[in-house]
Design a binder for this molecule. Sequence first.
Ligand code: GDP
Length: 476
Amino acid sequence: MFDTLSSKFAGAFSALRSRGKISEKDIDATTADIRLALLEADVALDVVESFTARIHQKSLEVLPTLQSGTNQAQAIFDVVNQELTQILGGGARRVRFAKNPPTVIMLAGLQGAGKTTLAAKLAKFYKDQGDTPILVASDLQRPNAVNQLQVVGEAAGVPVFAPEPGNGVGNPVKVAQDGIAFAKSKLHNIVIVDTAGRLGVDEELMKEAIAIRDAVNPDEILFVVDSMIGQDAVRTAKSFQDGVGFDGVVLTKLDGDARGGAALSIAALTGRPIMFASTGEKLVDFDIFYPERMASRILGMGDVATLAEQAKKAFDGESSKKLEEKFIAGEDFTLDDFLEQLEAMSKMGSMGKLLGMLPGAGQMKKQIENFDESEITRTKAIVQSMTPLERRDLKVLNGSRRARIALGAGRKVSDVNALVDKFSAAQKMMKQMRNGGGMALPPGMPGLPPAPKKVAPPQKKKSKSGNPAKRALENG
Ligand code: GDP
């Protein structure tokens, strides 16, 4: 996401930073580079012009106030960061909750924008915060939309009000109204109404959306838009704004190779904040949209705030506490604990996405793309193939046990050995730390085992009986 844009910005700033003293001409050049980068990213021309005019003007203002080139470059960087945050919507507001529940959120947008998927993500997001959302299936047009909503609703663990089969059958306005009445009677505090889109903006679509809007009087109308459709996103947004009107924007498919134009244009052109972002097909691929964090990512500073939040969510509660207590009590960190940590990591989403949030991720693009996501699954499979005793006490792992584990996990014995060696080393390190050496690892965040090839040679003494793994291999 925004990779190209990000690397162009990085290029513009590295040129600027190499200057001993920055001149007006340098600012002209940087502004021109940024202008080109934005146009290439498909950002709407009006937005590009006013953005570059502002950064040019503000950079010229800060230039004479500073002496060294480094400070000047940093100040210009700050100007761009602030302005970028502004065009992404500035300090975006959150969903307004109704004084008298339920809060009604209506989703609008073209077919394929990702509304149905989003409905479930949004519902899960609120459910996880202790709310009691319900989904209402008012998209009675798109083939299979009702059924799809039921499936994703179930996956999110949220009820779905779907009295009509859809596929062209049923009255979407009545479903929406009945849905609200049902939600009230069952004391749901949030109702999310999924509506029908069309392939393009047409009169019928607008009429239906307006009828639903007038019937249910939503607290929020969220316009859902596929960020991969480039300039079309802006045109569609304008049509929806003039037709149904909306209060906030949800950008979907930000995980694609979107050039980012939609994200950078829509808030500025519609005056409506981008409130949520969707970054994949899974329910967890979703978050509040933070303009400042997005600006930070585009400028190559990463998104450590989101990373920390996700880690907290995944590693929260019981298991972290248990681990911390074990650590303090002097108990061993076992493979069972490790498995729990791996599972928590899987909950955080793909490693590629997580690594992409680190500062300077732009420079590690290749490595991130090449990260082998299935390594975690393979490691988990090895641990899961062990008996409880083996997970607690690595010493029992003789050759035949290792061979059995490898077979169970569908891996080679050398993979089992690599994991065991690496894990023993980690255990030893934790013991040393507990005994007063070095800094403690943050509880609940052990390092991942690297790919077996890169594993350091085992740090233990050779046993008299030789390497059990070799024996297992020789035996067959
Ligand atoms: P609707 O017609 O607006 O209800 O769109 P859907 O919810 O059916 O989504 C259309 C397609 O886009 C489906 O295949 C979704 O799985 C996919 N999709 C939705 N959101 C995202 C996203 O953020 N990233 C990616 N990669 N795919 C998405």
